[in-house]
Design a protein around this ligand. Structure first.
Ligand SMILES: O=C(O)[C@@H](CO)OP(=O)(O)O
Ligand SMILES: [Mg+2]
Length: 408
């Protein structure tokens, strides 16, 4: 029977030039898989722990040699003795070996890289494309892109509070067409900003980061680009407020706008924005600890708006279960490294779907060339993918993988 022969980790760079963890798994039949962990900037408080060395002499303390060492010295020997080879078995070993509630011992960056590399190696063993191995015969749906084309918040050094302004080609016939519309709108927006004398520098995920007067002006600019490109009515808007970043002493302070809102006032603000603009989805409109306000907002706007928990749910079954019970939000953002194993991610997706929550598979602002999330989105028929602008190769790699899958 085929077994794991070798697991090894290494330190590589992410798209911000910070170190991250890569793992390679080799099976006894020669099948191999490699995967890398991404890394967030606006990370939720309840995410699994990303282990960093803290040694200021290397990468300003951001090195991941400890996590790599954990792979080579602890995870590798534990997995090499495994008798049955399934991703779930592998993840069970990782979870048990870690022993903490949040992967603080081994590091979620270590466990995730190994978990995903194992999935790839096993898929290679069965000679199956990754999405087919993960999703079986049921995998059939290409996701609608939620493409970030304008950045603010923690992802950009401009004066816009909302972190991500995204376009969704909801009227497109298929993935290829939708992606083309989005890329055309992105380029139109770039030309438009340049013409008006704005900067066309980009944020971490490739969205433009101009110094506009307000979040509303950012929306107006995008809508104008959508119209010029010829897609009015067929492309909708999605926002990621990253509202946890604004939470301060039981209130919300939008630092760039210089306004303070109570939870209720912030919900009013969203209601007004949704009334004015074709916004179909808002992620983290409120803070990660403000469950009651999430429930209120879902009650008020949930029938006309996708309300997405990112920092709120952190791809964690327990937090999602709490959200389901309290009717907080109606969709979950799925980020593998928030929880640290593939199986736990699949379980969160299943729980969401069973309870009528929409799912969006997502990248992190710090990414690598790894395209695992493209396969995952198709495998679970997530319906939506959030993976940045079409001008940074680490994001484009995911779109290109989806284009190739669409041709299978
Ligand atoms: O908030 C988010 O949804 C993500 C990805 O866009 O950002 P980060 O990876 O910095 O948490
Ligand atoms: Mg988010």
């Amino acid at each position: 029977m085929v077994k794991i022969q070798k697991v090894y980790g290494s330190e590589i760079l992410d798209s911000r030039g910070n170190p991250t963890v890569s793992a390679t798994v080799q099976l006894t039949d020669g099948s191999m898989g490699t995967a890398a962990s991404p890394s967030g900037a606006s990370t939720g408080k309840f995410e699994a722990v990303e282990l960093r060395d803290g040694d200021e002499r290397r990468y300003g303390g951001k090195g991941v040699l400890k996590a790599v060492q954990n792979i080579n010295e602890m995870i590798s020997p534990a997995l090499e003795n495994l008798h049955s080879l399934t991703v779930r078995e592998v993840d069970k070993v990782l979870i048990k070996l870690d022993g903490s509630p949040n992967k603080a011992h081994l590091g979620a960056n270590a466990t995730l890289a190994v978990s995903l590399a194992c999935a790839r190696a096993i898929a290679a063993h069965y000679r199956m494309p990754l999405y087919r191995f993960l999703g079986g015969a049921a995998a059939h749906e290409l996701p609608v892109p939620m493409m970030n084309i304008l950045n603010g918040g923690a992802h950009a050094g401009n004066n816009i509070d909302i972190q991500e302004f995204m376009i969704m080609p909801t009227g497109a016939e298929n993935f290829r067409e939708g992606l083309r519309w989005c890329a055309e709108i992105y380029h139109t927006l770039g030309r438009q900003l340049k013409k008006k004398g704005h900067s066309t520098a980009v944020g971490d995920e490739g969205g433009f980061a101009p110094n506009l007067a307000s979040d509303e002006e950012a929306i107006e600019e995008i809508l104008s680009a959508v119209e010029t490109a010829g897609y009015s009515g067929r492309v909708k808007l999605a926002l990621d407020a990253a509202g946890s970043e604004w939470a301060e002493n039981g209130e919300y302070r939008l630092p760039k706008r210089g306004t303070r809102f109570s939870s209720d006032e912030l919900i009013d603000f969203w209601e007004e924005l949704v009334r004015k603009y074709p916004i179909v989805s808002i992620e983290d409109p409120l803070g990660e600890e403000d469950f009651p306000a999430w429930t209120k907002m879902t009650e008020r706007l949930g029938d006309r708006l996708q309300i997405v928990g990112d920092d709120l749910f952190v791809t964690n079954m327990e937090r999602l279960q709490k959200g389901i019970e309290e009717k907080a939000g109606n969709a979950i953002l799925v980020k593998l490294n928030q929880i640290g194993t593939l199986s736990e991610t699949l379980d969160a997706i299943e729980l969401a779907k069973k309870n009528g929550y929409k799912t969006i598979v997502s990248h992190r602002s710090g990414e690598t060339e790894d395209t695992f999330i493209a396969d995952l989105a198709v495998a679970v028929n997530a319906g939506q993918i959030k993976t940045g602008a079409p001008c940074r190769t680490e994001r484009v790699a995911k779109y290109n993988r989806l284009l190739r899958i669409s041709e299978c």
